[in-house]
Design a protein around this ligand. Sequence first.
Ligand code: ARG
Length: 403
Amino acid sequence: MTKIDKIVLSYSGGLDTSIILKWLQETYECEVVTFSADLGQGEELEPARAKAEMSGVKDIRIVDLREEFVRDFVFPMLRANALYEGQYLLGSSIARPLIAKHLVGIAREVGADAVAHGATGKGNDQIRFELAVNALDPSIRVIAPWRQWNIRSRMQLLEYAEKHRIPVPSDKRGEAPFSIDANLLHTSTEGKVLENPAEVAPDHVYQRTVDPIDAPDATEIITIGFERGDPVSVNGKAMTPAALLTELNGLGGRHGVGRLDLVENRFIGMKSRGIYETPGGTILLAAHRGIESITLDRAAAHLKDEIMPRYAELIYNGFWFAPEREMLQALIDHSQAFVSGEVTLRLYKGSASVISRASPCSLYSADLVTFEESAIAFDHHDAEGFIRLNGLRLRSWAARNGR
Ligand code: ARG
């Protein structure tokens, strides 16, 4: 094994990363710096400090990354209306490059030669962390304990914890827990009964949304303001990116908006089934499409939609810090110069529907489209010629086919 002098570990303070911390200290016999990020997962991070201290960690970093996460990662992605495989809003995928960026930043600051993460060997997250580290600093090594140690199951993990006097919360003993990943954009739940896609997900997997059946019978009308492609206000109140997403999560969650039960194709090669809850993100996607519908030119909008699946796949596969993602981002960002205005939506029993939109930069012309008498010069004979010429090749084709 190569000699490592200092490691920065992505550390939640949970059971897995506590065990990883101990394992790194024992295996590499070097200093481990812990890094815990607040991404809005809704979990207190101070207990992580106490646990790291107990394990003899000298340098403990706890950083609130909520604003950076939403402003520099979630919002740029939303400008593209990104969805993986038509449905997944990429809540876990988009958080990894941010964590990797800070792991690398701290590693450089403290002179560490390696970073470590707790992602397992079958998932997408290991790929995302490591591709991001590669792209940001090729001199930093990555340690992935789940791929290196002999622990092969949750049972063995608990045995290791017992042997090393790492406290195991009682609810982690009996049955294996779900694998949960949460941040301001979503909660993702995988594992256990969800591993059988033919089995209906039990109600208790849902954490931040009510069942649409139990949502209020009254509708709720909300207005979201956009500036150059990014949401900036809710119901007329200006908000920071993280505050805005937090607000929409509350509103959406109460109305059962943003639940998704999905079987997806992992980059590593297998299919997996997960439950996603993305209340605020679901509202924002509908609202952003709403404001784009009146502010984007047709060809610009269609080009965005063509590249979107490619862009989403890049993020899903871990290529956030890759040149092709940055190129597509430049195209997307350029398209947003006039995407400003207000969208009103109705939240009702699991749905978030756009009911009106308005913009000072609108391309919509009521005068042009109206069924009534119009002031704008539109010669109906032009439409006749337009159709005749577009039909020219269809008439030749049909004649040849003998129809
Ligand atoms: N399958 C999702 C993705 O790759 C979520 C992964 C993390 N979620 C979890 N519950 N471990 O983006």
